[in-house]
Design a binder for this molecule. Structure first.
Ligand SMILES: *Cc1c(COP(=O)(O)O)cnc(C)c1O
Length: 222
């Protein structure tokens, strides 16, 4: 059994205070989340809508929930009343659906644009030209109920550190470019969500402001 409290406390010592930790609790029971919660941690990430919904009502109301996995447009309305940040906005269609539902409940929802930076074909995300096209469109400028807070990405699953570093650097480059071109005056556009258990140190060196870490805290998943 992993000592979750000890793991999260020791992990936090390895992360600079300016970098936010999302404790990724997917597949883990609410009792595990409570162990981390009792150390004072409040930010948890899940990748499936049904799983967040099932867990959230059994846990304290001051938890900040972050969605980090692919979101289907027909499930947007289920999480919008409480979600703190959606890291995984991977299409304009999804962003418009979030905006539409957020407007209905009078919320402004914090979102990150997920970019495809890995070699694997299976990872979701924008390529840069798609994001640029979206950001320059009239339709985007009219959205009033989403706040784009930055970018998110997942590196290739590999032991090649240089490959991972290169992909993180690419994403940091996108972030800087988009900030200059489209978000210059916007204080909310400030996040680069990169770094998981296997690569968070590299991610921090490459400019991460949010790391999403599961296994180091909660142990391996089946
Ligand atoms: C599962 C997951 C993580 C955490 O992975 P670990 O390797 O367990 O730290 C981070 N980000 C996303 C998008 C995930 O799906």
């Amino acid at each position: 059994m992993p000592d979750i409290a000890a793991n999260i406390i020791s992990l936090k010592k390895q992360i600079p205070p300016s970098v936010k930790l999302v404790a990724v609790s997917k597949t883990k029971p609410v009792t595990d989340i409570l162990e981390a919660y009792r150390t004072g941690h409040r930010i948890f990430g899940e990748n499936r809508v049904q799983e967040i919904l099932a867990k959230k009502d059994k846990l304290p109301g001051d938890i900040e929930w972050h969605l980090i996995g692919h979101l289907q447009t027909n499930k947007v309305k289920l999480i919008l009343p409480f979600i703190s940040m959606i890291h995984s906005v991977d299409s304009f269609k999804l962003l418009k659906a979030i905006d539409h539902e957020a407007k209905k409940i009078n919320r402004i929802v914090d979102c990150l644009l997920q970019f495809h930076i890995a070699e694997e074909e299976t990872k979701f995300g924008f390529v840069k030209s798609e994001a640029v096209e979206m950001l320059e469109s009239e339709e985007f400028i009219r959205l009033g109920s989403v706040r784009i807070c930055g970018v998110m990405g997942m590196a290739t699953y590999t032991d090649e550190i240089s490959q991972v570093r290169k992909e993180f650097r690419t994403l940091s480059g996108y972030y800087k470019e988009l900030k200059e071109k489209y978000f210059g005056q916007d204080p909310f556009f400030r996040e680069i969500s990169i770094g998981m258990s296997g690569d968070f140190r590299i991610a921090i060196e490459e400019g991460s402001t949010i790391v999403r870490i599961g296994s180091i805290i909660f142990g391996n998943r089946k």
